[in-house]
Design a protein around this ligand. Structure first.
Ligand code: HEC
Ligand code: CU
Length: 496
């Protein structure tokens, strides 16, 4: 039975309420810095930044939780100078915005920038200003926080009310000497109720979010289709068993509830035959799924390099990816981690002439449709993972251990986009749909920045694009160096 010291419950409630209203009291919009910050933001920053959505630059609300204030001040004053120090966060965000450069604001003082941050973090959100609950409690400012607190307080009060009434009920029951509420029956009914409510909840969220999972976009590779099929077979078999078991687990407590004095449970301790079959059958099914999975996996990862394959390299570091293409000679040059430094940040070994025409690119990965590619991976610092969901490609980049994956994209970006636009005629998001490369290992604070657009295109488009890029070696050596063994060794030595 429930025994509560009412004085303690109310003391606790008071503390919670005081804390709650304490949050209203710290209203930063009344801070003098706020108005100054608002003015500065509107005149200097609003052309490129909004608070809650990405425009030319990132949404700025919440920036103080992802960056240190000192960093933001340096960045705003002169972001190019910050990048020149190879600050990883500055380089990463710059790359994420495809090299769009933000203006330098050397004229703003530290105080000005701090005021801007006060405004950015505390400006009322436009949508929440409409919430009637918030408006009623404190004149509508700051709307977003208030409504959340009102719901929390309401929930606490309701819970307290429930506890109170239950404790009264138990006391009255005791006085009367009989139960006012048949808990046994209520518990029994709650099981099927939970089953139905839970299923509705899952169905709702599944239909709402399934279109955003990568399975909703067909695989862009041949092996991806095989993988999807394996996944569907596994999911169907385990799904049927799961649903059956949950159904039984949630309905038996209702059907076999205690039905009053005199009912006796049926005692059924053991049946060898049933146990035999329910051990053998799941074992066979699980082992078959395992073998099926292993065969699929080996088929994807253990293939030999196909004749017509070309190689690229993905170089991972905190927090970006660099792609290296072989250039006209079709060969990736050697690399050596001792050479990592300065402009040669991927550690190319220029003693190897094959590296002279190697091209580096940080903005996007380009791949040729219908031609197998060997994707080699290296990492400079910690484990990263190259994940291209819609190509069903995933491989770890491990420091010190070169890894690779071979795959063949079969649907170009343009074709996939057209297909998706056809499937979702009313959703403009698909007009700019792209394959994405993501890092799939939580590799540090700015892990989320490790993403890059992947463009699958025809061979002509690919070669045309590649021809527009210059290899770093050739950029430093204006003389066009043919990628053959005749290159002067002096020049090579000079560059290393
Ligand atoms: C010309 C457009 C432009 C203007 C004006 C501008 N920004 Fe930016 N800002 C950007 C872009 C683009 C980025 C993304 C990084 C990059 O590409 O350099 C950025 C990034 C930032 C970041 C880093 C955000 C993050 O997620 O790390 C901060 C902070 C920032 N800007 C603050 C400001 C402030 C404060 C002002 C006004 C004083 C301002 N910006 C004015 C374009 C602009
Ligand atoms: Cu990473």
């Amino acid at each position: 039975m429930l025994h509560f010291n009412m004085k303690k419950v109310f003391a606790l409630l008071t503390v919670i309420l005081v804390f709650g209203f304490g949050a209203f009291a710290a209203d930063m919009t009344k801070d003098p810095g706020f108005t100054n910050g608002e003015k500065l933001f509107k005149t200097n920053c609003a052309t490129c930044h909004a608070l809650d959505k990405k425009v030319t630059g990132p949404a700025l609300r919440g920036v103080t939780s992802r960056r240190k204030e000192a960093w933001i001040i340096k960045w705003v004053k002169d972001n190019a100078a910050l990048r020149a120090t190879n600050d990883p966060e500055a380089v990463a965000i710059f790359n994420e915005y495809k090299g769009v450069q933000m203006t330098a604001f050397g004229n703003l003082s530290d105080g000005d920038i701090k005021n801007i941050l006060v405004y950015v973090e505390n400006a009322p959100a436009p949508a929440a200003a409409k919430a009637p609950v918030a408006a009623a409690t404190d004149g509508g400012q700051p709307a977003e926080d208030t409504s959340a607190w009102v719901y929390v307080l309401l929930a606490i009060l309701l819970f307290a009310l429930l506890v109170l009434s239950l404790s009264i009920e138990s006391k009255v029951s005791k006085l009367l000497g009989k139960e006012l509420i048949n808990w046994n029956k209520i518990n029994a009914i709650m099981f099927p109720v939970m089953l139905i409510a839970g299923s509705m909840y899952i169905y709702h969220y599944f239909t709402k979010y399934a279109p955003y999972t990568y399975f909703s976009v067909g695989a862009g590779t041949e092996h991806g289709k095989v993988l999807d099929q394996m996944f569907m077979v596994t999911l169907t078999i385990t799904g049927i068993v799961f649903i059956l078991c949950q159904f039984l687990a949630f309905t038996f407590p209702y059907f076999y509830r205690h039905k009053g004095e005199g009912t006796k449970a049926f005692y059924y301790p053991h049946n060898n035959q049933i146990e035999f079959w329910w051990t053998i059958i799941p074992s066979i099914v699980l082992v078959s799924l395992l073998v099926y999975g292993l065969k699929t996996w080996n088929g994807i990862t253990m293939q030999d390099k196909p004749q017509n394959a070309y190689e690229i390299e993905l170089f991972a570091r905190q927090f970006d990816w660099t792609v290296r293409y072989a250039g006209p000679d079709g060969k990736l040059g050697k690399h050596d981690y001792h050479k990592i430094g300065g402009a040669n940040f991927v550690g190319m070994d220029y003693k190897d002439v094959a590296s002279h025409d190697d091209i580096l690119n940080v903005g996007e990965v380009h791949l040729v449709v219908n031609q197998p590619v060997v994707m080699n991976l290296r990492s400079q610092d910690v484990i990263h993972s190259a994940f291209i969901p819609n190509l069903r490609v995933q491989m770890n980049a491990v420091p010190g251990i070169p890894t690779s994956q071979i795959f063949t994209p079969i649907v170009t970006t343009k074709e996939m986009r057209a297909r998706l636009q056809e499937e979702h005629p009313n959703d403009p998001a698909y007009n700019t749909w792209d394959y994405m490369l993501l890092c799939n290992k939580i590799c540090g604070a700015s892990h989320y920045l490790m993403k890059m657009v992947v463009i699958v295109e025809t061979k002509e488009e690919y070669e045309h694009w590649l021809a527009t890029l210059k290899s770093p070696y050739q950029a430093e050596n204006p003389v066009v160096v043919p990628a053959t063994d005749t290159v002067s060794t002096n020049k090579t030595a000079a560059l290393k």
